[in-house]
Design a protein around this ligand. Sequence first.
Ligand code: SF4
Ligand code: SF4
Length: 452
Amino acid sequence: MQDETNNALPTVEQVFQRPYVISWNLTYRCNLQCEHCYLDAGPSPRVDSEAFADRSELNTDECKKVVDEIASFAPEAVTILTGGEPLLRRDILEIVRYAAAKQLWVVVGTNGVLVTERLARTLKDAGVRGLALSLDSLDPDVHDRFRGVRGAWRNTVNGARVLDEVGLPFIIQTTVGKHNVNQLEEIADFAQQELHAKVWNLYFLVTTGRGVFVSDIAPEEYDQVLEQLHKIQQAQQGKMMVNAKCAPHYVKTVFERDPDSPFLKTYSGGAGGCPAGTHYMGIRPNGDVTPCPYLPVFGGNLKEAHLRDLWESSEPFVRIRQRGSLGGRCGKCEFTPVCGGCRARAYGSTGDYMAEDGLCTHQPGSAPGARERFPTGVEYGKQEVRELEWEPAARERMHAIPAFVRGRVVRSVESSCRERGLDIVTCEELDEIRSRMPANRLFGRGNRGSEN
Ligand code: SF4
Ligand code: SF4
């Protein structure tokens, strides 16, 4: 019975029409040498496999063609320009300007080491909406060891402070491991109180790329980390958004702790959990396309094929969406529609991206009520439809939200206003709603309308 239900999950034709986040590794060059790098970037690559053999990079004109492809097929997508270290590309500003001129929502994923005030202002003027910086410890030596370069911690923290000064929003990402597992609460507090990050993402190790050489913590320890993360998420509610990355079974932890948790609202049927190939796409420096940057299986190359065709028809994208065909526990699980397990981790540990995610300890069938708890409709990418009157300033603040999620937010705001008997959406009301949300930075602040 369980399998039959999972086989009825939505397929690409029904819901997965476009990617909403595209992570584009622009270069293998890097000024750090992180132990766990999924791309095996930097001056001393270590992975000797076919999937990492072609280390060529698209030139500027080829990158502009990729931007054209994104703008024509997935204009609502958040486009993350990352690496390696993308700021090492001499044409990074040209690519950003070109993408921004095409109305793409551009974010730069960087280690932050090169961020100066001048560069931050230039990036902002070029149209960058935000940055993502990596910080792994409050102890500079621990961070520097993990990132492979002395002084990396100091430069990254300085970079975050500069971004705060300049008013360019940024998120902090931390990879959990033996080196920092006892320090997570302090890192989150530091990110929020000292650096004023909008979001703190906790990444779980994926053993692809150089990650195969890193020893991981045990699944049972990860369960403890996820429980700890839930406490941090609750403590940071209204101050900073907290998310688990590469651990889609976090939904299980939250559900088991609090089935009515507001954090569960971000999961929607058939599209929740692991977004690889359903909402998410990776692009390698040479133009190869993958369902997720951590997953080295390729749908084709953008020098030879259109992004739309690869998304709609290439083998890994079509196959990965068939959650009813997942192997092991993931194929039988009541959380499959909102979790699905990390496909890259399944690949890293078994060579089959449809296998079960070995990091998860869940036994399918042991969480009654889970399947009924989550809505089956998919909200991402829905059109922005306004039924109430909006104050012009309130309407303007919606532009601080990425296009793919704006329709969903507009609907929630209007529904909240109706419940409160209001027929006009004002900035005051947005502030009130924001104070109740896990992601209170949505809609910006009244005096800094471009933030998110
Ligand atoms: S068994 Fe798989 S689908 Fe179920 S919670 Fe664990 S990782 Fe998610
Ligand atoms: S496979 Fe899914 S859960 Fe794993 S890193 Fe990629 S998007 Fe995240």
